[in-house]
Design a protein around this ligand. Structure first.
Ligand code: ADP
Ligand code: MG
Length: 567
């Protein structure tokens, strides 16, 4: 049996795995039998917990728990986890390792090759960090796929015939992506992608948390970090309730005082007005780049958990003058599409008639300088060579000349972005090329940028007079790490003991009891204490059937308390 390539949606909030089998993508369940694995990591007694148990420990053990680290991918930011301090890609690698374990258990085979989805708006640094996270998890990312493209693949596979222009609107926990595609008898072409890498459901929760602080009567900035965190978590719960009803009663405990807060949908929507405004810009950019307008669209597809908010659906309906579609669960579309992309990479016969082409989400170019009339020169200008939203693969070249007399060396600095000054764009790499001495402007060279569909960027300079070449490949090796660095990282990350699978349901169950205990009061607390004791006694007894039975029986009581206090 050949090893399948697995599709992974590595989300800010939740991650999912899917496999393509018998002509269709299918989600795989984790050890708890759930398809969504919270992208949360917690340290407990030297073992790493990933998923639901870790998420429940956010309230009870905030200092040992990290969440929403996808937002820090590609940065130096570290997250303190008890005695350790980890970067976003290291934390992501722990999530990936858990997903790998779960996929292997579900399929009964080892997994190495994966297709991982990333926000279309991720720059090269963020993409490299994602590749590095895979390598540290002993996974080989054969391809990164843009999340909205993946979602479109999942939808496109549903009805392969016909012609349509569609827009994918993906609002997740931390990022917003919008993509316009054309679909014609199985051929899908991305026309344009745009987005905001710092706008997602978490921002809506944060806005509501601040409203809650106002209602309590303490300015947000005056609250301690732990209270802020508690309010954020409570706001996240309130937000979900306000998707289904007009009013929600939140109960907050600050220092031992309980506050009951009535939150209305209007309160929430007022708090988010500025966020809603920010959604418009990427949409306008997409329309500008494609020359399309709302009337040219046939379908609008919603993806991402945050599109469950009524204010988002209203905004989309108003903006595009049509009802958005959610026929595939907005939580599932990206992972399903990643599995479809994996099958395309593997040349699955079932997809012989499906073709997908994507675009470069950013412009790629080099730094240039200009000489002024008085002889001085000014530096730091960006000259795009491949413009954003160019269909991939793409290869373009431009001619550049020397700036000074007798210059023998030309430095090529490569950037990605849309700003006119390179200092506002992302630096991708640099190299030098030698040129023969001559008068300023006499020596020139071609600079060629080649961008392939997997996100590999190659830059090559050729001196016109000598034919000599120099160049670099960006992102082919993972975030400039050598093979040895990767092997070392992999070893370091493997030294983290993952929590044993057999025990996961129990650990998750206990983490949940502890979280509820912190939240609850009075009789409920007594009941939770009793449940905890009885459950620990059952664990001592080491009879798996008895333990599972208790989890089932007591689960109902926990659900009731959960409903009352939090969700
Ligand atoms: P990501 O892809 O970034 O992991 P998801 O697509 O899983 O994100 O979406 C997570 C976001 O969706 C979170 O901010 C979460 O609070 C929000 N969300 C999930 N369900 C709902 C709901 N019913 N109402 C409002 N927001 C929701
Ligand atoms: Mg997502």
């Amino acid at each position: 049996m050949t090893q399948p390539i697995i599709g992974i949606d590595l989300g800010t909030t939740n991650s999912l795995i899917a496999v393509f089998e018998e002509g269709a993508p299918r989600l795989l369940a984790n050890a708890l039998g759930h398809r969504l694995t919270p992208s949360v990591v917690s340290f407990d007694d030297g073992a790493v917990l990933v998923g639901e148990a870790a998420r429940d420990r956010q309230t009870t053990h905030p200092k040992q728990t990290a969440a929403a680290f996808k937002r820090a991918m590609g940065t130096e930011t570290t997250f303190a986890l008890g005695p350790k301090s980890l970067r976003a890609e290291e934390l992501s690698s722990l999530v990936l390792r858990k997903l790998k374990d779960d996929a292997e258990a579900a399929l009964g085979q080892t997994i190495r090759d994966v297709v991982v989805s990333v926000p279309a708006y991720f720059n090269q640094g963020q993409r490299q960090a994602t590749m590095a996270a895979c390598a540290m998890a002993d996974l080989n990312a054969v391809r990164l796929v843009n999340e909205p493209t993946a979602a479109a693949l999942a939808y496109g596979l549903q009805d392969r015939e016909g012609e349509s222009q569609f827009l994918v609107f993906d609002l997740g926990g931390g990022t917003f992506d919008v993509t316009v595609l054309e679909h014609f008898d199985g051929v899908m072409e991305v026309k344009a992608s745009s987005g905001d890498a710092f706008l997602g459901g978490e921002d809506f929760s944060e806005a509501l948390a601040k409203t809650m602080a106002d209602k309590i009567g303490t300015p947000w900035a005056k609250l301690g970090a732990d209270i802020q965190q508690q309010l954020r978590l409570q706001a996240d719960v309130a937000k979900r309730h306000l998707s289904g009803k007009d009013e929600y009663e939140a109960r907050i405990k600050i220092d031992s005082t309980h506050h009951g807060l009535t939150l209305t949908r209007t309160d929430f929507e007022t708090a988010c007005a500025a966020l809603i405004k920010r959604l418009h810009r990427p949409i306008e950019r997409c329309f500008y780049d494609t020359g399309l307008d709302t009337d040219g669209l046939d379908r609008v597809i919603l993806v991402g958990g945050a599109t469950r908010m009524p204010m988002i659906r209203q905004m989309v309906a108003r903006q595009f003058r049509r009802l958005p579609e959610m026929t595939i669960d907005p939580d599932h579309a990206v992972a399903l599409g990643a599995a479809v992309q994996a099958a395309l990479v593997a040349h699955d016969r079932a997809l012989d008639d499906v073709v997908m082409t994507d675009v470069s989400p950013f412009s790629v170019g080099i730094e240039t300088a200009t000489r002024l009339k008085n002889g001085t020169s000014i530096h730091g200008f960006f000259q795009p060579i491949i413009e954003r939203n160019t269909p991939l693969p793409a290869s373009r070249q431009q001619i550049f000349s020397t700036m000074s007399d007798n210059q023998t060396n030309l430095r090529i600095d490569i950037y990605q972005g849309e700003a006119p000054k390179v200092s506002d764009n992302v630096h991708l790499g640099r190299f030098d090329i030698n040129v023969p001495k001559g008068k300023a402007g006499q020596e020139s060279m071609f600079v060629r940028v080649t961008y392939d569909p997997s996100g590999l960027i190659e830059v090559e300079a050729t001196s016109i007079s000598t034919g000599k070449q120099a160049g670099i490949v960006i992102s082919d090796n993972v975030s400039n790490l050598t093979e040895a660095d990767i092997a070392k990282k992999l070893k370091q990350m493997q030294a983290f003991k993952m929590h044993p699978r057999e025990d996961e349901a129990n650990v998750t169950f206990m983490a949940r009891i502890r979280r509820l205990y912190e939240m609850a009061a009075g009789d409920d607390r007594h009941m939770l204490q009793d449940i905890l004791m009885a459950f620990e006694a059952a664990l001592e007894g080491q009879d798996p059937a008895e333990i599972a039975r208790m989890r089932g029986d007591m689960g109902e009581t926990l659900d009731r308390i959960d409903d009352y206090y939090v969700s």
